[in-house]
Design a protein around this ligand. Structure first.
Ligand code: ZN
Length: 295
């Protein structure tokens, strides 16, 4: 049996089914594979969430970034590189995790869905999933490829997509309403993951680090942040779970203001293992409304 990930097994259980090998190059030997259906590989958590919601009971979804790890610095194992080659559909984000780009370029399956294209990225910010409307666009692109790889279950995939789209539309409405009337329109975040969220909901987003969590801010940048926090009467500096809180805490401590966790939802961790994309987005919204004094 091919154990794809312990988290996946915990979520889906193991049901033996005959894999459907319809024109996708024969994804596995078939003999040693206990499978629910087609083999889907996703590159990191928000894409795993989309893959599991859309492919549902008809696929094994292997997520390449393990829980508790942040995806920016992913290094693929030999087995994972093989799993990409052996899969039926890969859902990844080109330009975000170079190891995965290389593996797909060298030996990817027939169905490769690039979230960067589907989400219509602007510039080099990869964090599109914090705008639910962009994640919905990615889900639509993924559904087309999954239905093409496994046409026998196309009706189920279409239904699952409609259900996910409805949830994402609800989430988008909650954000638009929840952030419509706020006393403060600027947020200071740890790594610069919230640009698309800010763009959609009218927040100015200032990052302490750069687009990657392990970049370090210069002293000049920290002074600018301190000035901005004073001018805009900012109440809270946001940190996150999977990256260092050092700079957020020291800036907030110096100025005597609060820190709070705003989750960039790049992956689940021990403390968020029972959460999902939707619940983390909802708790981010509540945190933002408090910090920005929203009515
Ligand atoms: Zn990031």
């Amino acid at each position: 049996m091919k154990v794809r990930s312990s988290l996946l097994l915990a979520v889906t259980g193991v049901v033996v089914a005959v894999p459907l090998l319809t024109g996708c190059g024969g994804a596995s030997s078939g003999v040693d594979k206990a499978s629910r259906g087609i083999a889907v590989v996703s590159s990191f958590y928000p894409l795993q969430y989309v893959a599991q919601r859309v492919a549902g009971d008809h696929a094994d979804v292997e997520n390449l970034t393990q829980p508790g790890r942040e995806p920016h610095d992913l290094e693929l194992t030999v087995q994972q590189t093989k799993d990409i080659a052996d899969s039926d559909v890969v859902l990844y984000e080109k330009g975000f995790q170079p190891d995965i780009d290389d593996a797909i370029e060298q030996n990817g399956p027939d169905h490769v869905v690039d979230a960067a294209t589907a989400a219509h990225l602007t510039g080099d910010d990869p964090h599109f999933w914090l705008d639910p409307t962009r994640l919905a666009a990615v889900a639509g692109a993924f559904e087309r490829d999954v239905a093409d790889a496994d046409p026998a279950h196309a009706a189920a995939y279409a239904r699952n997509l409609a259900s996910l789209r409805a949830d994402l539309a609800d989430l988008d409405r909650a954000y638009r309403r929840g952030l419509a009337h706020c006393g403060i329109a600027t947020i200071v975040v740890s790594h610069d993951a919230f640009g698309y969220l800010g763009e959609r909901y009218g927040l100015r987003v200032v990052g302490i680090n750069g687009l990657s969590p392990d970049a370090e801010p210069s002293p000049a940048h920290i002074r600018q942040l301190q000035d901005l926090i004073g001018e805009d009467h900012i109440t809270t500096v946001f940190s996150e779970r999977l990256a260092s809180r050092e700079f957020a805490q020291s800036i907030a401590g110096d100025l005597g203001i609060r820190t709070a966790v705003l989750d960039p939802i790049e992956g689940l961790s021990d403390t968020t293992a029972d959460q999902d994309y939707l619940s983390l987005m909802r708790s981010n919204l509540a945190t933002l409304r408090t910090a920005d004094r929203c009515a």
